[in-house]
Design a protein. Sequence first.
Lengths: 355, 355
Amino acid sequence: MSGLLEISGLAVAFGRRGARPVLDGVELSVGEGEIVGVIGETGSGKTTLARTAVGLVPARSGRVVFDGREISGLRGRALRAFRRSGRLSYAFQDPLRALDPELTVRRAVAEPLAVAGDLDGAEIAARVDEALETVGLDAARLGDRLPGAISGGQRQRVLLARAIVTRPRLLIADEPVSALDASNRNRVLRLLDRLRTERGMAVVVISHDLSSLAGIADRVAVLYRGRVVEQGPVREVFGRPLHPYTALLIASAPSVRAEGGPGAAALRPSAEPPAWTAREGCVFAHRCPFVIGSCRTAPASGPVGEGRTAACHRVPEWHGLVATAQGPPELVAAAGETHKEAGRPPALSRTSEKG
Amino acid sequence: MPHSPSSDPATSATPGVPADRPAALSVEGLGVTVSSGRLTAVRDVSFTVGRGEAVGLVGESGSGKTLICRSVLGLLPPGCAVSEGEISLADEALTGLSRREWDRVRGTRVGAVFQDPASYLNPSLTVGRQLSEVLRVKLGLDRARAAERTVELFAAVGLHDPAEVARRHPHELSGGMLQRVLIAVAVACAPDLLVADEATTALDVVVQAEVLELLARMRAEHDLALLLVSHDLAVIAEVCDRILVAYAGELVEDGPAERVLNDPLHPYTEALLRVATVDDWERRELEVIPGAPPEVGARLPGCRFADRCAFTAPECLDGPVPLRETADGRRVRCVRGEELDLSRAGAHGAREVAV
């Protein structure tokens, strides 16, 4: 199936030639009206992935295809024209810094339409009011204020209004809720969900907060040091992680950890990592308690069961290793079910063969 | 990445210990004014933290939780002042201390860790030098002994290769490592109380879990009392024996963590639990608390939560609501209190919170 956004084999590197790539071999597909979460720690490449997807950062290799058109190859005027069309929009991470302090709310939201240049002033004004209303802001009361004179939650919604005013088909929102308290966080997440339902808009939500993705995403992709180590439906990934890093993330997050699941301590290595992990092999090997010799060959991302992928040589057996140490019922069940679900040994063994 | 501190399940250390131990910190009738005394941001705040007890202070932005903990540390920002009440550490009254006396108390009797560790360290000195300076000034150790003790303390907070870390400058260390350095500084002189103000908020989830484990271990090993300030109920639920809930500058609820989380007495606590994700991520409806907290210093006739509360009755607006003690020793600032069954109202299905 071909989605609205198809990213394949994407690599991005900054600085000198030969520098370690910031993204490597990234595959991500987003369908119409789908909400996909991208999760990972600081420095994992989440923001670079988003910026590459909207054409702000050039790819070193690989393809970014949006709505059937390859945008990773666009340069100069063609790239500018695509970006200004506003069909794929990007909501920046920090609303205080991303909003011009001297532009009123109305003018900030109008800017993308003014840049696109297709509408006259009255039409733009109408669309701005509509966008502000969509995000739940009172245009009459707040429209003429400056970003410094509204609250953090309101600024976040102004940024979203600005991103949706061009009626994009895909919105990439970079940490849209990380600066908000729980109530405002839910308000913004609900808004994203509503835009998807009402307009069929697809959304990529980048976040380091697992619980906020759990609320709305259909699928999640887990990034670690520039690689997608696991991808799949959110319930399955959070409920039964396939990659040891995902399992560590979930065990570390008090809000999404399953009752009786393994503690984070059980998923950290107890011994020093082998020396080679500093230079080669699986990106997670240096922090993985299940590392073995074959991890020295970086595992490719392979399908495991229905709609899921994982890049780990030890997908079939690591759950069992946690279970023997700690006896957590969740993961024992998960390991069993993974085998059953996959149901086809070739799918499971694909990752191991590569090693 | 910091090395994992230890594999022992330090987090399981004794939640729910009876609170009849001597107080490490006691705060009585605290009031804090802001804007040079024009507005009262915190009023009538009374609580104690027992020796070795972990108390969580939770609330939205603007609830006054940071002002409360800054008052305890004698570190209120300019324009803010303690206008009323008494704060004491064990037997020593802190209110009205001179700057010089505060300098003696901070570091030796009470330690502190904040959200942004980098801004509390001198960027041009090695982290080892900064800790050994504290040891020389506060404890009078000589140069060699201070250097030795520095390495011991860095090892104790789980920094991998502590002698090497001691020679690094702050910019060479990750956020999680810097937070460990600050924790080492905070506990260096064996204080009775550690105040952690959003100490893990800026950290990635995996590192956050490690730092929370470290705090729990420090507490268990040194009988350290902990005042943990956070907007994240899941974090507080993870670490604390007792929870204080702040709203609009007042404490509205105080009780054992497990009781507050499963059977809240105040409608605001119940609302916070509904919007937070504490062990129930699979729930998809994203609830919000209607309205917004009152402006700082707003003069309101009765309960400060009344206009957002689903249970407001005429008597709620009659006058200021006192924080009163219930039959089982919990405290709540609500005139309706026990007549409301919030445990059921809040629990859409079973909300079992692991503490």
